[in-house]
Design a protein around this ligand. Structure first.
Ligand SMILES: NC(=O)c1ccc[n+]([C@@H]2O[C@H](COP(=O)([O-])OP(=O)(O)OC[C@H]3O[C@@H](n4cnc5c(N)ncnc54)[C@H](O)[C@@H]3O)[C@@H](O)[C@H]2O)c1
Length: 315
């Protein structure tokens, strides 16, 4: 049986994407992997293996033994954590991608998915409606690794015909897992504080606008891209992808509609500098034209959905 391998499956994106893949292909075709045994309990619907993707011998053995034909490579050190451990972030983000691309070439895999990020942009990028093609001078190690990764993806497609596909996600907001050390984490944490009845301390300024996306839209975009005919996928570095753009003040005001006594204070830290280097909004017309991308959720729809569902969700 041909299998689909998800690397870094227990994270914010993987927890939801792995379930969707299992629903589509069947749990017996999906192998969820992550660093720790403790993640196993999340994956009672599919196969789970402990795997550090830096252990390339073990990863290669698994790929061969299980006849892996598709990889979703989600493991990475994210933007805020990357600034604390730059060389570790670079090594993990780059070595693991190059390894996955090599495996795809060697074993003639069908497809590879690897997420990029709006972090590929930098302070000299146009901030409003950032185009697909423009100046990119990222100033975080995370952004540099994503930009280099995009170049490698395109290289493997052009040189070796590896069918690798990628999206530049904006900040992802979901309620089914906790965020993993990014600059947009505040927009997840804020909903937990509302429901705990606590005041929220925001690490960004109230007017700091960033591109964001509700997780169901991110899953839809990922699967739509991966299911598109190869000839429709015209960009092999990574597609701009937009859902909504908002500031901390906007999300606070959206929450006030349901919890009028909720309080917020703004205490910007080093993550403000990262946010300032990223776009306010992104032009995703190539994704719309090439494979029909269209988001479903705006800010108020997302707030309503999270506030209704988060209280019933256990971690
Ligand atoms: N969350 C966002 O807002 C966002 C935005 C843009 C792009 N992305 C990208 O999407 C991907 C997934 O992001 P996420 O938010 O789910 O991150 P996350 O930090 O929540 O999850 C990453 C997972 O990878 C695992 N991992 C880390 N090192 C590993 C290793 N050596 N071997 C195996 N697994 C390892 C972690 O244990 C974790 O479960 C990343 O590539 C990230 O750069 C995320």
């Amino acid at each position: 049986m041909e299998k689909i391998l998800v690397i870094g499956a227990a994270g914010q994106l993987g927890s939801e994407l792995t379930k969707s893949l299992s629903d589509i292909y069947g749990g017996d075709r999906v192998i969820a992997t992550d660093l720790n045994e403790s993640a196993r309990s999340k994956f009672d619907y599919c196969q789970f293996e402990v795997l550090d993707i830096m252990d390339q011998a073990k990863a290669k053995e698994l790929i061969q033994k299980e006849n892996v034909k598709q990889v979703y490579h989600l493991a990475a050190v994210l933007s805020a954590t990357g600034e604390q451990k730059p060389l570790f972030a670079w090594n993990l983000n780059m070595d693991s991608l190059l390894f996955v691309l090599e495996m795809a070439r060697e074993f003639k895999m069908e497809k590879v998915y690897w997420p990029s990020s709006i972090a590929v942009f930098g302070p000299n990028t146009p901030k409003i409606n950032t185009p697909q093609y423009c100046v990119k001078e990222p100033n975080t190690v995370y952004g540099i690794s994503k930009q280099a990764g995009e170049r490698w993806c395109e290289y493997y497609f052009q040189k070796y015909g590896v069918d690798v596909r990628s999206l530049r996600y904006p900040g992802l907001i979901g309620y089914k897992s906790l965020p993993g050390g990014g600059t947009t984490d505040y927009a997840v944490d804020i909903y937990h504080k509302v429901l705990a009845g606590e005041k929220f301390s925001c690490f960004l300024r109230e007017d700091s606008s960033l591109p964001m996306m509700y997780m169901p839209d991110a899953i839809k975009a990922t699967l739509d891209l991966m299911h598109a005919p190869a000839e429709s996928v015209k960009i092999r570095s990574s597609y701009n992808l937009a859902g909504m753009s908002f500031t901390p003040k906007d999300i606070y005001e959206s929450i006030l509609k349901y919890h009028p006594s909720f309080e917020i204070e703004y205490n910007p830290d080093f993550r403000q500098g990262i946010a300032d280097s990223w776009p306010d909004s992104v032009d995703d017309s190539c994704a719309r034209a090439d494979w029909g991308w269209k988001p479903d959720f705006g800010l108020d729809e997302m707030t309503k959905d999270i506030l209704e569902n988060l209280p019933n969700y256990s971690f």
